[in-house]
Design a protein around this ligand. Sequence first.
Ligand code: FRU
Length: 487
Amino acid sequence: MTSSGKHYYQEQFRPQLHFSPPSGWMNDPNGLVYYRGQYHLFYQHHPFGTRVSTMHWGHAVSSDLIQWTHLPIALYPDQIGAIWSGSVVVDADNSSGLVPNGGLVAMFSYDNQSQGIAYSRDEGQTWTMYAGNPVIPSPGRDFRDPKVCWHAPTSCWIMILAAQHEVHFYASPNLLTWTFLSAFGRDYGAHGSVWECPDLFPLKVEGSDVSKWVITVSIIKNGVAGGSGTQYFIGEFDGETFIPDSAPETTLWLDYGPDNYAAVTWNNVPDGRRLLIGWMNNWDYGQEVPTSTWRGAMTLPRVLKLRNVEGMGLRLVQTPVKALHNDRVNRQQWQDQVISDTVKLIDGTPLKAVEIKAELQLDSAREFGIRLRLDEQQQISIGYDAANARLFLDRRAAEHKSFHDTFPGIYYAPLHAKDGWLRLDIVIDWSSLEIFAGDGDVVMTAQIFPEKPISGLELYTVDGTVRATNVELYQLGSVWRDPLSTE
Ligand code: FRU
């Protein structure tokens, strides 16, 4: 199992800037809440093995969303069952009667699909199961992942939860008794197996005073990149019913890569920012990924905005949280180069945890992009197909042995080059790659398991030239320090 000392968080493929559990299995982020200076991250966790089994809520806290401190497991299975996904709210006025001076209340699903409550009177350090659980009985079919928020206009707690192929809304004055309000989604968006892990939140449209309501919801199969994926809807919510702006057949994808599932947002963030994190994995192969003492990592936490994206319409856009930049340890820069065929920028330097920022001005090239080279034969490509206005990520040529036949793949996202420019912000963290393209208009998240570390960086074109006006490469440090180390 994970050791302490100098090998702490140094195993092969261990992310250096992303959250991963100390050991054991992890899937969905749960209970995301900001409270008294700390961002809490709970997560679906099986501490005794690296595959899905009896779920607990693991727990960590951070003051900046990048540097995490592991805390003891928060919720253990009880006589009703294992603890599946859910959320946490700040019950400041003790509406529940469970937290006399104000505190945290968690609402989660049991594995039997009933809904339970737990509470903490000490800022999330220790948790007590509510004696009256379950607060909503199981209907005997998929019915789970409650996300609760305070809805000020109606002075009610509102819960959204996944019920087979749709989401259901409930209201409560006290978090204990819940009244069904309405359902949404059976005829909308993408379906494939059941819907899971919904979220509901308001968000201002960038540069205006208009506020919309957003629902995010994950699907196990039939995601845009194959297997699991997360879609979203933009519309109006009046405290009872959600009315989408889009037609039933429209599907909006949160992330065009294969590895961002069950993404949800933090409650109670003070400055109005809407912050999201997802499980950086895919149920198609998630239990097979070739890590050792642990399995599962989160995406980078991201700031969400609603933006009118040129040529596309109103979209949810994402950028990594700023604290990531604290871990930049050095910078290399290349400016004003005309690229034709292949230009090597780095050759022979390990690029395990790096951020690459590139500004590329379109010219005659039909296709162009960045290649991350593992050796002569192996590479990962991030490219732009100018003729079809789409970004792509190709991880097919990046490993000798595939651990699962659905893992190798090429993934596409529609992307208009704004005024003839392509801007890319790419974060590589040993076993993951996140692309924020066009100032976050389009995002792709993918795991990579290269047997050799990436050691080359190239710019390339197909049939013509492109101008690389600015390329920056930052080596990133590690946020993991051995808690037992005295250094
Ligand atoms: C999503 C999910 C949730 C469920 C949890 C169980 O990945 O299937 O619907 O609550 O995982 O671990």
